[in-house]
Structures are given as C-alpha cells and as structure tokens.
Design a protein around this ligand. Structure first.
Ligand code: C2O
Ligand code: CU
Ligand code: CU
Length: 506
C-alpha cells in the first residue's frame, strides 16, 4: 500500500518534472530562435533616402602672429532633430551632434582650445595624429566639467582623413555614441597637386557612418543580450543624418569614409556592385589607386574612395555581410547584417572630372628591415597579453626614432581590432600572406578577425616623454572601456619609463 502510493507519487513528480522540462525547452528553444532570427538586421531596400545628407561645417580658425592656427571646440549637450519634428537629446562639439571638420596643412602649428561644457569629465583624442603624448587626449588628459584644455602641436604627417573623439577612462563608448566625434583633415603640398576631387562638400564628401537605435525620440545605447561586441544599432546614419541622400554634380566623387560606430564592422560597396577606386587609408594616400568592389572598415578605420557617376543615375552605398566568421559570430556580432547607408543622386548633367592619377604619393611607411625589435600582443576581451588596462602601468617602452615589428594575434574569443596612437603603421602580413590592397596604405587601426595573426611595422618618431603614455587598444569601444587597452611610452635610448600614474577623471 505504502509502496504503491510512494510509486504513484514518484510518477506524478516525474510527470510534472517532465512537463516543466518540456515547457522550458520550448520557451528556451523558442526564445533562442527568436533571438537568433531577431539578431539578423537589414535595412536594404527599406531606407527612404528622404533627408539630405548633412555636411559637417569646416571649423573656423584664426592664425596667430607666430603662425599657429587656432581652433575652438566646445563639448556640449543639446537636442538634434534626426526624425522630423522629434527632438533627441545628444552631445556634440560646437553644436548638438558630431563636430565641425578641422583642417590644417602639414608643417602648420595648430592649437585647439577645448572647453568641456558637459556635466561630466571627458577628453578629446586626435585619432591618427602624430603628436606629443601629453597632447594626445587619451584617458590621462581628462577635461573636468567646465574646464579647458589647450593642446598644441605641429602637423608633421602626410595628407589624411583623421578624426577626433573623447577617450575618457571607461566611458568612451557612451561619449562617442552620444555624438562626440568629428573629422580632422590634413592637407599637404603633394596632395594639393594631385588631380583628386577636393572641393569639400561638393565632390569631396565626409561620410561619418554610425549605427543607432531609437527608443521613441531618444537614442538607445543599450547592449542587447548575447551581443558581446558591445552596442549594435539597427539602422545607420551618415554625418548624423537618418535616411540620407546626397546630390552630386561631378563625374568623380571622393568619399572619405569613417567608421565612427562603437562596435559595428561595415563592408562597404555599392548596390550595383560597381567598382570604385581606393585612394587612401587611415593615415593618408596610397602609392596608387586600387580598384575594388568592397572594402571592410572596422570601428575607427577610414578609407578614401573615388566613385564614378553617370548623369542622372542613383546608386546606394551599401554595407554587406562579412565574408568570414562562424555562424554564431556573424549572427550575434553583426556579421550577418546589411545596411543601405547613403544614396548618391547624380545631376542630369555632370561636370567632367580629370582622370584619376595613376601614381599618388611615395610611401613614408616604416620598413620591416629597419626593425630593431619585435613585440607580441595577444588580443582577448579580458585584456591584452593577459592584462587589463591600468592607468598606472606602462606596458611597453619604445625607443625614439626606432622601428619595431609587432605581431598581433587574436587568440580566439571573438572579433576585435587593434589601434595604436601616435603612429601610422605598415601592414606586413595577415596570416602569413602579403596584405591586400586595402591594407597597403598608412594604417593606425586594423581589423583582427577570430584567430588572425597580423604583423605590422611601426616607427616611433617621438618626441620622447617617459612620463606620458600613448594607448594601444581594441577600438570596439565597449572592449576598450572594459580594459582591452595598454600603454606605451617613447623614451630616449637607455631611458626608463617614468611613473605615469595620474588616475584622473574616472
Ligand atoms: Cu580612436 Cu584610442 O582611439
Ligand atoms: Cu587613437
Ligand atoms: Cu575587442
């Protein structure tokens, strides 16, 4: 009797358990299917292209008696109308969203009078710029709320499309996503003579690409479940314009593409798969234009491309899914996604443009044969070479004036990239093979797919400053914020790194 009752109770418990497990399986399985399919984003064919692409204004400047070109940048909070009639709270430089385009020539002295009118500390970093570490605007140069910071330096690098953005310790993703970013164009005598499209906003267009999510009128920077790259948006903007189109009146149009997204990797091309010419990478022009149909840009990277237009036509700059990567990686880290980014509308009649030059500039990149030493960097989300960022620790000490070869390895947790402050490096190899055309120009940031090994040559032209470090880091900003960053100082031969300490602004 007792036994039977025990058994039937046991059976009842079993049945209940089984149904609980069954329900759980359905819920979890269904939830997973929902997550899996929901993680695939595409705006292809859905973008209305009904807002004219904004062009960031060229920043005003004054020239002092000593020849210094002086700019003013004020970080401020404001409201931006991305959607008609709706005001979105945003941050910007000298405006409510993004910032003006700074422009200076090689050999010029510049000073930027930065003022922080936000109610929290931030900083302004000159991404891609060769300059003294104390002017670099990294986490050690925090600018308190209400404070000013006046970095100055001499422009000493080739014509290029650089950019600026905040770099506060642990807060970079938030500050960039709210709208703090802008371009910094460098001109030089050689590029001025080349027959490249160069009328700013006419046939030479800044194209700052960001992905965003809206929650009503507000920007939503929340991270979604399973997206371990950081924030991924469901739609894109160019120069802070949703659904952008741009009318062009020239046969050849130069696009200065900047991936200013915090985590998203784009593979840019055109909807009709037309060929375009790559003329420049992160730090300047190539030796010669390279024809291609697609170019991948990970966060922070730039590419200058020239596209040929026919009178009256329309073409769409589109971002396609990644070529490489596993199914999981692609699905949850944005690799499956596609976006219609910008529509170009050609006028009924176009001004003719001179043919693209076949030779552009002589390379100033360092050569591997000059390297005095090598270093190895193991890239993991948990840290570089097993260490999380520490503002008080100098990870690498390099000697001014020397060339080094760095080996970067993505040990296999997920996609990353790698950015080095102060220098433009040469890519020597990717997985043992010579770099493709898109990686043959000056680079300061490079994509690091799962398992990849990349070798780069870097020359540290100083000035030496043992007490102020430069950064190297993953430019997926959530990774950077969580410690995927390290510091190096440039010293004179035989000199030791100083105490960099100074835990400011966190
Ligand atoms: Cu564009 Cu250290 O950053
Ligand atoms: Cu940088
Ligand atoms: Cu990373």
């Amino acid at each position: 009797m007792k036994k039977t009752r025990g058994r039937s109770r046991f059976r009842r418990v079993l049945i209940v358990l089984a149904s609980v497990v069954g329900v759980l399986a359905v819920v979890v399985g269904g939830g997973f299917t929902w997550l899996w399919t929901g993680a695939d984003i595409s705006t292809v064919g859905k973008v209305r292209f009904d807002h004219e692409m904004k062009v960031p204004p060229l920043a005003e400047s004054t020239v002092r008696k000593d020849g210094t070109r002086v700019f003013d940048l004020r970080m401020q909070a404001g409201e931006t109308e991305f959607k008609d009639g709706k005001k979105t709270p945003t941050w910007g430089f000298n405006g409510s969203y993004l910032g003006p385009t700074l422009r200076a020539a090689r050999g010029e002295k510049v000073e930027v009078r930065v003022r922080n009118s936000l109610d929290e500390a931030s900083s302004v970093h000159w991404h891609g710029m060769h300059l003294p570490a104390v002017m670099d605007g990294g986490p050690h140069q925090a600018v308190a709320p209400g404070a000013r910071w006046n970095p100055y330096w001499k422009i000493d690098q080739p014509a290029a499309t650089l950019w600026y953005h905040p770099h506060p310790h642990g807060e970079t993703e938030q500050h960039v996503a709210r709208g703090l970013a802008g371009m910094f164009l460098i001109d030089d005598a050689k590029s001025a003579q080349l027959a490249l499209p160069k009328r700013y906003g006419v046939d030479d267009l800044p194209v700052i690409v960001q992905d965003v999510n809206f929650d009503g009128a507000k920007l939503d920077h929340g991270h979604q479940f399973l997206r371990n790259v950081g924030f991924l948006g469901k739609q894109t903007m160019v120069n802070g314009t949703l659904d952008p189109y741009k009318e062009v009146g020239d046969r050849l149009v130069r696009l200065r593409l900047l991936n200013a997204s915090t985590a998203r990797i784009y593979t840019f091309g055109f909807d009709d798969s037309r060929q375009f010419s790559l003329v420049g990478t992160d730090g300047g022009l190539l030796e010669q234009p390279a024809g291609m149909k697609r170019i991948q840009l990970s966060p922070g990277e730039r590419a200058e491309i020239v596209v040929e237009m026919k009178a009256g036509e329309r073409t769409v700059l589109r971002s396609s899914p990644w070529q490489e990567g596993g199914a999981w990686e692609k699905r949850f880290n944005g690799g499956d996604d596609s976006f219609d980014v910008l529509q170009l509308r050609a006028a009924k009649t176009l001004r003719d443009s001179p043919a693209l030059p076949t030779r552009l500039v002589a390379s100033e990149l360092p050569a591997a044969k000059d390297a005095v030493r090598g270093r190895y960097f193991e890239l993991k989300r948990s840290g570089i070479n097993g260490k999380k960022m520490d503002m008080g620790r100098v990870d690498e000490t390099v000697t001014r004036g020397t060339t080094e070869v760095w080996t970067l390895h993505n040990g296999g947790d997920m996609t990353h990239n790698f950015h080095v402050h102060d220098v433009q490096f040469r890519v020597l190899s990717v997985d043992g093979k010579p770099p493709e055309a898109a990686l043959r120009g000056p680079k300061d940031t490079i994509a690091m797919p799962l398992g990849a090994t990349v070798k780069i040559a870097l020359r540290f032209d100083g000035p030496a400053d043992p007490d102020h470090p430069y950064m190297f880091h993953c430019h997926l900003l959530d990774h950077e914020d969580h410690g995927m960053m390290g510091q190096f100082v440039v010293v004179e031969k035989g000199q030791k790194a100083g105490a960099v300490g100074g835990h400011t602004g966190h």
